[in-house]
Design a protein around this ligand. Sequence first.
Ligand SMILES: Cc1cc2nc3c(=O)[nH]c(=O)nc-3n(C[C@H](O)[C@H](O)[C@H](O)COP(=O)(O)OP(=O)(O)OC[C@H]3O[C@@H](n4cnc5c(N)ncnc54)[C@H](O)[C@@H]3O)c2cc1C
Length: 442
Amino acid sequence: MKKKQIVAVVGGACAGSEAAHQLTSKGIDVVVFEQNALPYGKIEDGLPRWHGKLQDREIKKIDEKLSQSNVQFVPNCKLGKDISLQQILDFNFSAVVLASGAWKDRPLSAEGLEEIENSSFCYQNPLIYWFNHYHEKNYEGETFPIKEGAVVIGGGLASIDVAKVCQLETVKQRLSERGIEADIIEMEHKGIPKYLSNFDIKYEELNIKPACIYYRRRDIDMPLAEMPKGCTPEKKEKVQNVRKKILANAHKKYFFEVQPLSLPKEIHNENGNVCGITFFKMRYDGDKLEKTTEEVYVETNFVVSSIGSIPQPIEEIPMKWETYDISDTVTGSITKYDGVYGVGNAVTGKGNIMVSNKHAKNMGGFIASSINQDSQEEIAKSWEKETEDIANKMQEIYQYLGSKSGISDEDYARITTFVGDLQNKSEYSSYKEWKDSILEKR
Ligand SMILES: Cc1cc2nc3c(=O)[nH]c(=O)nc-3n(C[C@H](O)[C@H](O)[C@H](O)COP(=O)(O)OP(=O)(O)OC[C@H]3O[C@@H](n4cnc5c(N)ncnc54)[C@H](O)[C@@H]3O)c2cc1C
């Protein structure tokens, strides 16, 4: 009789659920270990909550994939804390898929940072988490009292979201002083001027010092629209114009500003509270970017660093600089371990739902085909288009996963008991009941 195959997936969001779906649709059982109660990752806690429709759509997809009968979902189970990689490996899973995303804010390098004692300086990830959850009746997490004139250090799409949060929250505070309770989602959808016209108020009357994004390159270099590799000068100019347009439109609706060619030097404080920040001016000479000795001081009481997210280090997972040590970004093979593969935001380096999904679909599908030893001819199509190194790696994976003959009944029973014990700890019964019970408490 054919032995059972079972794969461990760490992280149940876009990438993890898609990898699980690829595996289960090929008859392979899956256990999903998720650190949080619910498995929505950056969909719920990264995208600001005004993306409600997109969030609902993605959550529905994740729910569908994780509520299949051959998926065992284990909530509140963090790899590196509640379970170790070695524990998972000792259970002889056919493979381990690491879909843990990128949850660590890239550390900002600026003098004086260690002297800030409170959330007058913060990073993007906890700020957006707060913004998405603070209105819930049982919210007990960190709070961020947003101040006007916020300085946002960054330049990507996420930094625009951060600047918008600062502007929307400041307008909300001003309206509250006038006895008006603002609907922040409606304000985002309509844009600030149109929203304020509901109350016959002009933005200028609110006398707000705007939030400002400080970016180290030129505004046309902001990665707001993808610049294809090796594109023609005409195409380059087109993309740069799109970037300008995105910024101009955002300014019209939310009034935040952008200050290009600014590199953080020092954050200043008064009794541990941010009171200002000094930037070095950068110079662009038509070819390369240079730091000048010119300094600019900006008075502010609130600084947010939004310079990118990197994978959170996990005990036993080797790191290379600020990412997991992987052989390449296609297979996401974690060096040091055979049979452990990263998918999605954990290895792609791109904060994008589609990119995460596609990577998990390709790699999850490839792992499933390798485990099942689908015809080599058929599967070879997936490495034909890759470089020689990656094609070799894929063949190596195909052979390695094929050499594992499945899991013994004894090991399968051990996994079932282990998973059951972990689920019992959270009083988890079924995916749907669990989800409903968590949402009810919010
Ligand atoms: C401010 C902001 C705005 C964005 N806007 C957009 C947008 O408009 N469009 C777009 O396409 N993309 C956007 N993105 C990016 C997008 O949300 C992510 O790229 C995508 O959701 C990542 O999916 P993922 O499954 O790879 O990772 P994640 O969503 O990060 O999922 C990782 C999962 O693993 C779990 N996990 C992590 N560590 C462990 C562990 N040790 N043990 C167990 N479980 C673990 C996490 O809890 C999580 O559920 C935005 C991101 C941000 C921050």
